[in-house]
Structures are given as structure tokens and as C-alpha cells.
Design a protein around this ligand. Structure first.
Ligand code: MG
Length: 163
């Protein structure tokens, strides 16, 4: 079994769409990013790559590369999960924390969980989504940024080497 950890932060700006875990969130501010700025998926990708000791998201999808401009992060996740499977790993469970002051994610958490579980062909029981505010403190508390942290467990089920 291999544990991976990933985290990501984006600046929030007026008039940008906000996407978390592939779900569109109704919000006056959204993530400033080269891609669609989905912090949760970016943290998940880094956690998966971390568990496989296979580098990080910036190496795989360089932020300056026009190929990934406005990229749908779910497509990046698809590329990474394919690599993880080819390397002989299967997914155990995923545990996520989203740090966002506003809007409340209470009504979105189950949709985010289902979207990730369905996309990765996992049982809902193996995907956990938690959301926290920062009690008004720091850039997250002031609504200037959003962060996510993800831990994943991979299990080596095939002996194939990393490709
Ligand atoms: Mg990011």
C-alpha cells in the first residue's frame, strides 16, 4: 500500500467561474489559473502522483504550456489515473479537505463526492469530501483564496513498471 498527499491553492478573483471536484459552484469569485483552476482535482492529481512517487502536476502539465491553457482538470485527472493504472496500482480510498470561506459547500459536497467516485470508478464509501471555512482568518478567511488537501491510498495490484 502507498500513501500520497497533495495540496493546491488558487487566488480567487471576481467574475471567474468556480469549479471544485469537477462541479460548477455558484459564486461571485472563481479561481485565477492557467487551467480551469479546480484546486481539489489538482490536489488529487498531486496525491496520486505522490503515492506513485511519480513527480508532480507541474512537471506533467507545465503551467506555461499553451496545450493546458483553460484545460478541464478532469481531463488531466484522466491522464494521471490512466498512468496510475498502467503502473499497476488500484485506488484504495481518497480523503479530501476543501478550505473556502464562501460560498458554503454544504449543498455541493455530495455532488462533488459522487462526481469523483463515478469518474474514478470507486465506491462512494471510499471517497470523503470535507469542507472548512477559515473563520475569517488569513487569505482564505478574507475570500482571497481557496485551498484543498487530499490524501490517497493506492494498492499495488499488478507488477507492471511505471511508464
Ligand atoms: Mg492548481
Amino acid at each position: 500500500m502507498r500513501i500520497g498527499f497533495g495540496s493546491d491553492t488558487h487566488r480567487l478573483v471576481q467574475g471567474k467561474p468556480l469549479k471544485i471536484g469537477g462541479i460548477s459552484i455558484e459564486s461571485p469569485t472563481g479561481a485565477e489559473a492557467h487551467s480551469d483552476g479546480d484546486v481539489l482535482i489538482h490536489a488529487l492529481i498531486d496525491a496520486l502522483l505522490g503515492a506513485a512517487a511519480a513527480g508532480d502536476i507541474g512537471e506533467l502539465f507545465p503551467p506555461g504550456d499553451p496545450k493546458w491553457k483553460d484545460a478541464n482538470s478532469m481531463e488531466l485527472l484522466e491522464i494521471v489515473i490512466e498512468k496510475i493504472r498502467i503502473a499497476g496500482f488500484s485506488l484504495g480510498n481518497i480523503d479530501c479537505v476543501i478550505h473556502l470561506e464562501k460560498p458554503s459547500l454544504k449543498l455541493y459536497k455530495s455532488a462533488i463526492k459522487k462526481n469523483i467516485a463515478d469518474f474514478l470508478l470507486m465506491d462512494l464509501d471510499n471517497v470523503s469530501i470535507k469542507a472548512k471555512t477559515a473563520e475569517g482568518l488569513g487569505p482564505i478567511g478574507l475570500g482571497e483564496s481557496i485551498s484543498a488537501e487530499v490524501v490517497v491510498l493506492l494498492e499495488k495490484t499488478e507488477p507492471d513498471a511505471w511508464v
